[in-house]
Write a protein that binds this ligand. Sequence first.
Ligand SMILES: Nc1nc2c(c(=O)[nH]1)N[C@H]1C(S)=C(S)[C@@H](COP(=O)(O)OP(=O)(O)OC[C@H]3O[C@@H](n4cnc5c(=O)[nH]c(N)nc54)[C@H](O)[C@@H]3O)O[C@H]1N2
Ligand SMILES: Nc1nc2c(c(=O)[nH]1)N[C@H]1C(S)=C(S)[C@@H](COP(=O)(O)OP(=O)(O)OC[C@H]3O[C@@H](n4cnc5c(=O)[nH]c(N)nc54)[C@H](O)[C@@H]3O)O[C@H]1N2
Ligand SMILES: [Mo]
Length: 701
Amino acid sequence: MAEKCPRNGFVPVSAAAMVHAMTLQDNQVKGACGHDCPDTCGWVVTVEQGRATALVGDRDHPFTRGTLCAKVNHYLDRVYHPERVLHPLRRVGPKGSGQFERVTWDEALADIAARWQAVIAEHGAEAILPYSSAGVQGLVQQASLDMRLFGVLGASRLDRNICGAVASAGMKATLGVGTGIDPEQVSHAKLIVLWGTNTVVTNLHYWPQVKAAQKAGATLVVIDPVRTRTAEEADWHIQLLPGSDAALAMAVMHVMQRDGLVDEDYVRAHALGYDELVRKLADHSPEAMSPIIGLPAADIERFARLYATTQPSLLRPLIGIEHHINGAMQFRAVSCLPVLSGAFRHRGGGIARSTHALHYAALDMDAVERPDTWKPARTLNMRDLGKDLCDPALDPPVKALMVYGANPASTIPNQNLIERGLAREDLFTVVHDMVLTDTARFADYVLPATSQIEHLDLSPAWGHLYLALNRPAIDPPGEALCNTELFRRLAKALGREEPWLYDSDEAMIRTALASGHPWLEGITYDRLWNEGHARLSAPEDWRPFAEGNFPTPSGKAELWSETLLQMGQEPLPDVGAIRREAGLQLITGKQVPVLNSAYGHIDIHKKRAGTLFIELDPADAEARGLSEGDLVRAHNRLGEIHGLCRISQRLRPGIAWMPFGHLEDASGVRRGVNVLTDEAPTDWGGGTGYYDAFVEVELLD
Ligand SMILES: Nc1nc2c(c(=O)[nH]1)N[C@H]1C(S)=C(S)[C@@H](COP(=O)(O)OP(=O)(O)OC[C@H]3O[C@@H](n4cnc5c(=O)[nH]c(N)nc54)[C@H](O)[C@@H]3O)O[C@H]1N2
Ligand SMILES: Nc1nc2c(c(=O)[nH]1)N[C@H]1C(S)=C(S)[C@@H](COP(=O)(O)OP(=O)(O)OC[C@H]3O[C@@H](n4cnc5c(=O)[nH]c(N)nc54)[C@H](O)[C@@H]3O)O[C@H]1N2
Ligand SMILES: [Mo]
């Protein structure tokens, strides 16, 4: 059972942990940011009389080095925001109206348990859909007791794939992993290719490392259809057409093979299917690929030669190339480049994507999530939430939805359809969050969640190898509960007696750290408690594929993939299916002042983000008779959204850009860019082509 705290009943931390907190010197507590971001910054919270009075970057953290981002610099505004949900709320108005009344935890929990039990009795447990994402990123708060509870109930499972899964699936087809090398090895690189990632904005603490390497003589290339702030800093910005990265990779491989620039020794020893690939590359010359990529063949030749003749060369992709319908193939094709160039042999060479899987492979995740106790159940794809909620043929239908650590009404494609589904009178929706999100406005119950400074968590990172312990600095305000405590109470309300549904957070973290994995050697709970963070014990000069050892079925880098063939996919790297439709291709990008759909309700961030705008190339604006500052509507068959017209030199003709994360449009209506995106599936990996939306833009009368 969970430990009881004499002050407020259940608390998310164990009694032992509370004692530690009280014996800390001074009034400062180390923690780590829990946002869905590669940086996972270390921070220090100052507490005075139970109130957090300062939150600053932890100078001891080797990767984030004492700085935070524009959002988290004001994290305490989020913690103490007047609109923060502090008590359980029950709906009193129509769905979507955001009208609620305060109820007690006991009332809310008893009613939720009774409603779920009724759904299970009538439709079976699969009629319950838990929907969560990485709103709080960490070992126990993100996914632990929730997985256990919904697992033993036999609720529907969620295929979580809108961020990273497609990239990982694509890379795995070639390399057997979705990770690559340690990103910090960038300091050894002589060529750095930021491929579809806006590092300055989204991966702030990696940027100084990239810049330092550039200053030390490395050439920095940015591949992006948009001239982002990151692209501005590059030695060379390759501004290709969206979705044409695989075509570029094919052309580069063509040149490498044609000109004898392939590391033949490496390829013959460690790759499978090179001869088949060579035959295919014959018709992927720069000239042949040029119309697809939208760049002159000479530029493609030049990039190919630069890549093939510079070592060590490091490719750094994040999300940009996965949010297309050929997203997995784009990652598969790009991952072939360091195999052909032999870059993996060299320190700082290869490809460096998310480090998420490196942390989670070291931790004992099965002990945390306990899949051994789960009942078999169907899996629904998060991308299809709107379709599933509105599908009369879905059997069983989704009758109960529980959303936590996510805001699908704003972040999943086809916002209008999702809202239609959430408005269903026969759907029972519970949302656990700190704020009244777009999704929460449709809930039957809104439950108050803790902020990161109010709960304990172990924080693995997806942008580096440092594991952190996030210590709670203050008591939760009002009646807020952390995710794990909520699921303990839900288990109790449902009358569950399995003891593992009540494990404490500390116990789960200790278990996860006790995996025996060599990279966790010397990393104990107590050390993390005292020091805040520790680097996974990977060798300093870690070159996982210098001598092959790819964890693919064949043990080699698979230029030819039997696995893909069995899946009905093209077994060799390929251009993939590129979506081109009438209208402007809409790319929606991350912004500095907000974190996905979060922070938009806080004045300072709202002001910085400004009024929603739609950015166009001068040629496209002129063709539509539009001027800077006009109020325009962007629309397609799914819906419309209003914004101010912005005309810039950042785009190419045919491309429009809108910022992702505004909570309302220029007409003050609560709708974001996902009213214009559909659920177009990626080739494999289960994700969606967010950046393959097509719109028309015109003056709003
Ligand atoms: N400030 C801030 N930071 C964030 C976030 C945030 O909302 N705000 N979100 C966090 C999250 S959840 C994530 S996943 C990361 C994502 O981090 P990034 O991957 O850096 O983010 P994106 O802006 O989605 O996409 C990167 C770039 O891909 C480009 N792109 C689009 N299509 C293509 C294409 O076909 N080819 C190529 N080569 N490029 C293309 C876009 O123009 C964009 O500049 O950022 C995290 N960090
Ligand atoms: N058009 C378009 N759509 C996109 C993207 C894009 O670039 N363009 N990017 C996509 C990407 S990469 C991602 S990752 C997704 C993000 O999609 P989501 O994960 O749905 O997005 P967030 O807005 O980060 O929502 C997280 C929520 O978790 C809440 N939260 C924070 N901490 C806690 C906690 O401790 N407990 C609970 N219960 N809740 C908490 C926050 O308040 C917030 O409301 O969006 C995707 N959607
Ligand atoms: Mo993401």
